[in-house]
Design a protein around this ligand. Structure first.
Ligand code: TRP
Length: 435
């Protein structure tokens, strides 16, 4: 097998179960692939995802206090609640990127979304909320890839017209997260694929063998060839000359990719490819999954209406879903709850508050009181309903303000974009970034 970097070694570890979802009855271990996320099965019950185990098996680094302190010092900003609370918990080479930033050298952000349905749910908001914050504190460009091609290739039932429609709908939702239109480019693979992009796709394809793609993603010979090669399309935006109109033709600007940890296999390969093509390796920031209403053993899924709160739900729908479906860490009855207390770590309403309630003090107080049994499940759910509804309401207001004009500008490759970067507060030098 191909040589040398530790990441290549990880990339050829045993194959995950087949992406078709063919059940893997032999093992009860947790499964985390771009297609399936499931906690370990213990006595027929799904356990919560073990993230330390993932860090170990994927070979990533945990984000520790020292790194958070460094971020705070560099940006002059208190770390986002997703960082303070370990929602974004793991990274690759963030320190290398920060070293560069300290020297006033530019970088950009790259994230994406697979438009598999027209409705995005509150969990989908997480990477976009976080990218908006990163863009604000670092003042850097952001590219957002909509992988309509991926969804077409991977979901047998979807037609091109379906994924194009989902792309248009998802793109408008994404635009409502408040990105700076002068620093943000949102593109659909099916629509945007141009010469610069395609050149990188074929360069990348030439460096990845079929066996590496199969071993990394668990493909089998009956999978269509598009799936086996798709990694090249998701990897390309990590190299800056895929967007010469923004970063110039050299491909020398590194990027930081915030993503859920299930996307790591794509970028593990991308980092190997970078070495081979002499591009800078992308840095990564990994998030945990947003739990389904049913419990922390699986992630929220847009195609399962019982698992999801959608960004377009009404306050009443949210209330009903949390009250009737959100898995509770409380006891069977009030008496026992008061006596023994509840379990915040499995309680879905509490988990949602961790994502969306900004106030650390209130969150700490809720944890203390729920754990002691002083706070009852009904009250915890009530607070969750308020906080999630408020977040969704604010989203819907911004979504209403997205016009055809907004859409055109974000998706226009030639819309003038400012590739500047806020000087790191520590050094206070103004970086010179050429267009
Ligand atoms: N494959 C991702 C999905 O299905 C979409 C995606 C493309 C992405 N590029 C990305 C996600 C970069 C995070 C970062 O959702």
């Amino acid at each position: 097998m191909t040589a040398a970097t530790p990441e290549t070694v990880e990339a050829v570890q045993p194959a995950p179960p087949h992406p078709d979802g063919t059940p893997d009855t032999a093992t009860q271990d947790q499964v985390v692939t771009p297609w399936e996320v499931k906690g370990a099965e213990v006595d027929g019950k799904l356990a919560a995802i073990d993230y330390n185990k993932l860090v170990e098996s994927f070979g990533t680094r945990l984000i520790d206090e020292a790194l958070l302190e460094r971020l705070e010092k560099l940006t002059g900003q208190k770390p986002h609640r997703f960082l303070r609370r370990g929602m974004f918990f793991s990274h690759r080479d963030l320190t290398v990127l920060l070293d560069r930033y300290e020297q006033g050298k530019p970088f950009y952000l790259y994230t994406g979304r697979g438009p598999s349905s027209g409705s995005m749910h509150v969990g989908h908001a997480v990477p976009f909320i976080f990218c908006k914050w990163l863009q604000d504190v670092f003042q850097v460009p952001l590219v957002i890839q909509l992988t309509d091609d991926e969804k077409f290739l991977f979901k047998q039932e979807l037609k091109i017209a379906d994924v194009e429609k989902f792309t248009r709908e998802n793109a408008r939702d994404i635009m409502a997260f408040g990105f700076d239109p002068e620093k943000t480019f949102i593109f659909s693979n099916l629509e945007y694929m141009n010469a610069a992009f395609y050149k990188n796709v074929v360069k990348i394809s030439k460096t990845i063998t079929t066996s590496v793609s199969k071993a990394t993603f668990g493909f089998v010979d009956s999978d269509n060839v598009g799936k086996i090669g798709f990694v090249s399309v998701q990897a390309a935006p990590a190299f800056s000359n895929t967007f010469p109109q923004i970063f110039g033709p050299k491909g020398d600007v590194p990027c930081l990719i915030p993503c859920a940890i299930d996307q790591d296999p794509y970028f593990r390969l991308t980092r190997d490819v970078a070495t081979k093509l002499k591009y800078p390796k992308p840095a990564l920031l990994h998030s945990k999954f947003f739990p389904a209403l049913q419990g922390p053993g699986t992630k929220m899924s847009a195609s399962d209406v019982n698992s999801a709160i959608y960004l377009h739900d009404t306050p009443n729908q949210i209330k009903k879903k949390v009250n009737t479906k959100a898995f509770s860490g409380g006891r069977d009855n009030v008496e026992e709850h008061k006596k023994y207390g509840g379990n915040c770590d499995v309680d879905v309403s509490f988990q949602y508050l961790r994502f969306f309630l900004e106030d650390d003090e209130e969150l700490g107080d809720i944890r203390k009181r729920y754990t002691s049994g002083d706070l009852l499940t009904g009250h915890l759910k009530q607070r969750c309903i308020e906080v999630v509804s408020e977040m969704v309401k604010e989203f819907q207001e911004r979504r209403k303000a997205v016009t055809d004009e907004t859409y055109k500008n974000f998706m226009n490759p030639d819309f003038p974009r400012k590739v500047s970067m806020k000087p790191p507060s520590a050094t206070n030098t103004k970086p010179e970034v050429k267009k």
